[in-house]
Design a protein around this ligand. Structure first.
Ligand code: NAP
Length: 438
């Protein structure tokens, strides 16, 4: 019987699904030990720090992660940063294969003047801010103006716009960061404007997310009916409409036609507007858009512009992989062929294919790469346990049993406040709950 050890870097959905696929690949002749490394003290990646707090059902996949973690061949090492505490070369010396599952943590830049002003954020900062990510919990977010602008027509832009536009008490029974929740309760924002650079037919929103909008109790959502009808006409004249696109356009029509409640909070969705300039002194005061039109199926610029005064801009226009020493990156992704980076080094998830798909997409993606890895395995290496190296470097790693304690403590703290959990954001508090090993 062959016994291999495989390291996975990054404890988000792609990492856990890779671990699950490795577990499922075991046979009487093939045993695989799995060590999952995570730089934060807590696992679950985007399920903890990306998914919107008012979408708790999506987070129930964490039960699958904990089931994977409960298997005998699985070990968790949180608080260990690969590329800083341990190099990829060192990992490769200690494992038969290394799988990178570090996602896409850096927000793409708009590349327009004014992007560095105070009050301008990327969704890569803003989303982890409201989700109590340790590195972003203190982001200097000020919600003291009446108007906020969100750039992008994907589900992340939609999440950000919704979180800013809803009545904050709707978040009281969620695991929103307590800091962000307090800021949202004191927020002066009453109008949120979301801008897409192309037409309704090109938007990357998905229809379940659009269909939620008219149901918001304390927020009116505005979208121009004529624009959606024009989009419907364009796509119908081009042939049969794909099912998902039809569903999206129908959901947009439903938003446009929904009776308004005439409440003080509103969310406005605009199309065919490309941001060109963010203005302000130190703080953002406004943003200018070039107005586009669609001609012969192509989006083209007009000579019209439009400026909106605002005190907050969040761009949600996609993500890129963060640099890790020794890891080749190109176009925001780890350079790979079907998940193979180089001998013994693999990549899965958003770091492999870019930031696309829902959480479940990572399951099939990781399963495909793990099939390649298992086929590549030959003879197990002679190697010593990584724990010795971590201890010798005085790295305070957090094991699965430690994380279970923290997980329970967060849930317990949440129960008392009528929330699913309260995420701890203070390292001292985390350390005292964990009673870290070394
Ligand atoms: P996305 O779906 O790729 O959307 C990115 C948006 O940014 C597009 O509308 C794109 O417009 C726009 N954009 C790109 N560059 C731009 C620029 N320079 N100026 C203006 N707009 C620009 O990405 P995402 O929203 O970050 O989401 C990532 C993935 O996570 C997606 O697969 C998404 O569905 C998923 N997700 C799912 C959920 C959920 O299931 N509830 C929630 C959040 C995220 P163009 O099309 O014109 O390029």
């Amino acid at each position: 019987m062959n016994e291999f050890r495989i390291a996975i870097v990054g404890a988000g959905p792609a990492g856990y699904f890779a671990a699950q696929a490795l577990q499922n690949s075991q046979t009487d002749e093939l045993k695989i030990g799995i060590d999952l490394f995570e730089k934060l003290p807590t696992p679950w990646g985007l399920v903890r720090t990306g998914v919107a707090p008012d979408h708790p059902k999506i987070k129930s996949v964490s039960k699958v992660f904990e089931k994977i973690a409960s298997e005998e061949n699985f070990r968790l090492f949180c608080g260990v940063e690969i590329g800083v505490d341990i190099s990829i070369t060192e990992l490769q010396q200690k494992y038969d294969a290394v799988i990178i599952a570090t996602g896409s943590a850096v927000g793409k830049k708009l590349g327009i003047p004014g992007e560095d002003l105070s009050g301008v954020f990327s969704a890569a900062e803003f989303v982890p801010w409201y989700n109590a990510h340790l590195e972003f919990v203190d982001l200097p977010v000020q919600l003291d103006s009446e108007v906020a602008v969100v750039i992008g027509a994907g589900n992340v832009a939609m999440d950000v716009a919704r979180i800013l536009a809803i009545e904050p008490s709707e978040l009281d029974a969620t695991d929103t960061s307590l800091t962000a929740l307090s800021a949202l309760h004191n927020s002066k924002i009453r109008e949120v404007h979301l801008f897409a650079r192309r037409g309704p037919e090109h938007a990357a929103f998905t229809s379940p997310e659009l269909r939620e909008l008219p149901k918001l109790e304390h927020t009116d959502v505005y979208l121009d009916k004529d624009e959606v009808e024009a989009a419907l006409e364009r796509v119908t004249s081009a042939g049969e409409i794909p099912k998902d696109l039809n569903s999206n356009l129908e959901a947009m029509l439903a938003i446009a036609q929904a009776p308004k409640k005439n409440v003080p909070r509103s969310l406005h969705i605009h199309f065919l507007s490309t941001p060109t300039l963010i203005s302000g002194d130190k703080q953002v005061h406004g943003i200018t858009f070039q107005i586009n039109q669609i001609q012969d199926g192509k989006v083209i610029a007009t000579d019209q512009t439009m400026t909106i005064a605002c005190g907050l801009v969040v761009s949600a226009i996609g993500y890129e992989a963060k640099e890790i020493s020794e890891l080749p990156l190109e176009n925001g992704r780890v350079v790979n062929v079907n998940g193979r980076v180089s001998a013994g080094l693999y990549v899965v998830g958003w770091a492999k294919r870019g930031p696309s798909g829902v959480i479940g997409t990572n399951k099939s993606d990781s399963t495909e790469v793990v099939a390649l890895i298992v086929a590549d395995l030959t003879t197990p290496k002679e190697k010593s346990d990584i724990s010795e190296l971590l201890v010798s470097r005085k790295i305070k790693f957090i094991k699965q049993t430690d994380w279970s304690k923290l997980n329970e403590a967060e849930v317990e703290a949440g129960q008392a406040a009528g929330k699913p959990r309260i995420k701890f954001t203070d390292r001292k508090q985390i350390d005292s709950v964990l009673e870290v090993t070394q």
